[in-house]
Design a protein around this ligand. Structure first.
Ligand SMILES: Cc1cc2nc3c(=O)[nH]c(=O)nc-3n(C[C@H](O)[C@H](O)[C@H](O)COP(=O)(O)OP(=O)(O)OC[C@H]3O[C@@H](n4cnc5c(N)ncnc54)[C@H](O)[C@@H]3O)c2cc1C
Length: 294
């Protein structure tokens, strides 16, 4: 990831490595806007080298034991601590089995070396439009757990991302973990990414569905990223699955709703028109695979 900056070195900064959450919070409180949290450093240090992000103090949270938690509890779901690396998440057996879309998204995310250092929380906090983590997390209705001077709060990922590189987080707060609710035995999910000439997707799509056979209880969540400055949920298309229709009819109607109700952006990677075409093809493919597996 380079934006063509002429700089090769990092600017000067003070490095702090607290071993408790309390100490980390107090360093943030003392330095406010001058401080930044450092997790894997994969994104942050690059952006600092490019002089796109400034920080006088970096607060490395990797020494805080309680943040390195990766736990699945039956009936409650999966909790991913903020210093757990992407490769550590991939190794958890429950991920592929119950949270397939997130497993597929992380597998396609950058490369093996970077996944050894990068965290899911770091990827999410960057909130760049084309990143892979938000779509599956929103489709799974995940929450971000945050601690700060005012105490603890939890926010749905859907509202945590507020815009391009903008999240619902004060400079004095720390994300401690992400929680994904339990998935039932009837749940199915899929992640599709269309990328060309870059690791970043032109369209990223996550679908999470449950109770496909009983229409009264059926739930289908469809989320895109890379098509706007923040992720987009296809609410109109999702509502089609509340009707008692054969799968083929529902899938066709959902794709029509996508075509008629979502206007993707144009940028230097692709036109909006091309993205809209990809969204229809990918949605048809994803929903067909979901219903075939039900
Ligand atoms: C070459 C390259 C290829 C990439 N390819 C992809 C790709 O294909 N798909 C994709 O989605 N992403 C991609 N990325 C982005 C990469 O995945 C992220 O930069 C990485 O996951 C960030 O995680 P990190 O742990 O290194 O975070 P850091 O770089 O340490 O932090 C990133 C940001 O999150 C903040 N932050 C981190 N942890 C916390 C916390 N606990 N609480 C509050 N704020 C926090 C930091 O202050 C910083 O602003 C790529 C990056 C590079 C350099």
């Amino acid at each position: 990831m380079s934006f063509g900056s002429p700089y090769f070195t990092l600017p000067r900064f003070r490095y702090e490595k607290p071993d408790t959450l309390e100490k980390a919070l107090s360093i943030l409180q003392e330095n406010k806007d001058d401080a930044r949290i450092l997790a894997g450093g994969v994104g942050l240090l690059n952006l600092m080298k490019e002089r796109l992000v400034e920080a006088k103090v970096l607060v490395d949270i990797k020494g805080i034991k309680e943040l390195h938690k990766l736990e699945y509890k039956k009936g409650q779901g999966l909790t991913i601590g903020s210093t757990v690396t992407l490769n550590e998440i991939l190794e958890h057996p429950i991920l592929k089995q119950r949270y397939t879309a997130l497993y597929q998204a992380i597998s396609t995310l950058s490369d093996n070396n970077l996944r050894n250092r990068s965290t899911l929380v770091g990827d999410l906090c960057e909130a760049l439009p084309w990143i892979d983590s938000p779509a599956p997390l929103i489709a799974f209705d995940a929450s971000v757990n945050i601690t700060g001077p005012e105490g603890y709060r939890s926010v749905k990922v859907e509202s945590f991302i507020k815009g391009m590189a903008e999240v619902d987080l004060a400079p004095v707060e720390i994300v401690t973990s992400i929680t994904l609710p339990e998935q039932t035995d009837t749940s199915r999910s899929i992640y599709l990414k269309f990328a060309r000439g870059t690791e970043f997707g032109l369209v990223n799509l996550a679908v999470v569905a449950s109770n496909l056979k009983k229409y009264v209880d059926r739930s289908v969540r469809i989320v895109y990223s890379a098509i706007d400055t923040k992720p987009v949920r296809a609410l109109e298309a999702e509502s089609v699955f509340k009707e008692d229709l054969p799968p083929r009819d529902m899938i066709s109607r959902a794709v029509e709703k996508i075509r008629d109700t979502i206007e993707p952006m144009s940028d230097n990677l692709a036109s909006g028109q091309y993205r809209k075409h990809l969204m229809q093809v990918m949605t048809y493919e994803a929903l067909t695979r979901i219903f075939e597996g039900a």
